[in-house]
Design a protein around this ligand. Structure first.
Ligand SMILES: Cc1cc2nc3c(=O)[nH]c(=O)nc-3n(C[C@H](O)[C@H](O)[C@H](O)COP(=O)(O)O)c2cc1C
Length: 345
């Protein structure tokens, strides 16, 4: 490998290729299949009156959706980010970029994260790995990540199990909560914390709220498993084999939401991890989420060149949420959040 930029580019492209082509689905389910809405035959609503709008990071969204943080750092990643940003702007969704460590460390990759020109009004999230706070990054790098892409907020990701199964992983996760707290205090934009598909349980959520985070994205189990993704990049026979024992690792997305709701934490909650349609999104909101994030499910269309197909996917998810709300007679996201029409099977 010639230099750091080539190495980063290779890793980013491998992540995209593996998530698209290998069996990286967690065998654990999201838990949303344990819930069903009771049908309301008398919605007393005009379907056209169902309103999906909400706010996030002090911006108005047309729908309570987020394109989950995914990529950046290579030419392929740049094109994916630009296409997703363009559609997010048109449809009024929030959008995150992938880990910006590359942008901070290697000048030549910055442009692949700079989506503001494609999404001038969208709520944009910068992204860094929390563990980098133990490897030379601090408040300055966090601030720089936000400034570089004119973001409205920063999300720090917790990915302990990915790092442990990653050939070149950074595995010292000691003392990070205090460092999260110092970043939250220092930045003048909202700062949140997410997982990457293993979930944030109620106890960890409470500790993060005490550290002052503005939002939590549970990124629970049931979708992409980063243990499985790294397995396909790993030549070490022990880690490769061990990944099989972790095929169901993680707290299911619905369980994370149940835990946070029952703890009555006052924090904005994003539901993500294994979501693929608007009915699951409706269930997530009824379980207390403010916003719903989609990751890998958007990738196959985003890698292609058919803009209409991308728009169709966004609109289908929106229609499914709207129809689910109509089906239970709830006309706003706030009503859905407090609905009594969700039942455990
Ligand atoms: C190709 C790809 C790259 C990702 N890179 C990042 C990243 O850099 N930072 C991050 O916080 N999450 C990253 N994620 C994790 C997603 O944001 C999300 O939490 C996870 O994939 C679970 O959601 P899903 O099941 O909808 O894919 C990535 C996901 C994918 C599919």
């Amino acid at each position: 490998m010639k230099n750091k930029k080539d190495f980063t580019t290779k890793r980013k492209d491998e992540h995209i290729d593996i998530t698209l082509n290998k069996p990286v689905q967690n065998v654990n389910t999201t838990g949303f299949e344990r819930y069903r809405f009771r049908h309301n035959p008398l919605p007393e609503l005009d379907f056209e009156a169902v309103d999906l709008s909400t706010t996030f990071l002090n911006k108005k969204l047309k729908a309570p959706f987020l394109v989950s943080s995914m990529t950046g750092g290579s030419e392929k990643a740049k094109r994916i980010n630009e296409k997703l940003a363009d559609i997010a702007e048109e449809k009024g969704w929030a959008i995150g970029v992938g880990s910006m460590r590359a942008a901070i460390e290697t000048e030549g990759t910055i442009e692949s994260f700079q989506i503001r020109k494609f999404a001038p009004t969208a709520a944009i999230l910068a992204n860094l790995g929390v563990v980098q706070l133990n490897y030379g990054f601090g408040v300055d790098e966090c601030r720089r990540a936000v400034d570089l892409i004119e973001a409205d907020g920063l999300v720090l990701h917790l990915n302990s199990m990915q790092e442990v199964f990653q050939p070149e992983g950074d595995t010292n996760f000691f003392g990070l909560l205090k460092k999260i707290e110092s970043v939250v205090k220092a930045l003048d934009v909202p700062v949140g914390v997410k997982e990457v598909g293993m979930g944030i349980d109620r106890h960890s959520a409470k500790r993060l709220v005490e550290a002052g985070v503005d939002f939590i994205d549970v990124a629970g189990a049931g979708g992409t498993s980063w243990i499985q993704v790294e397995k396909y990049r790993n030549k070490n026979p022990i880690q490769y084999q061990a990944a099989d024992a972790f095929r169901d690792w993680g707290t299911p997305t619905a369980s994370c939401l149940e835990g946070i709701k029952s703890s009555r934490l006052t924090v904005k909650v994003i539901a993500s991890g294994g979501l693929s349609n608007g009915v699951e999104a409706a269930k997530a909101i009824a379980l207390g989420a403010d916003l719903v994030g989609f990751g890998r499910t958007l990738l196959p269309q985003a890698i292609g060149d058919d803009r209409i197909k991308m728009i169709d996917q966004f609109e289908q998810i929106e229609f499914e949420l709207k129809a689910a709300m109509f089906g239970i007679g709830q006309s706003t996201i706030k009503e859905l959040r407090y609905t009594q029409w969700l039942e455990q099977i």
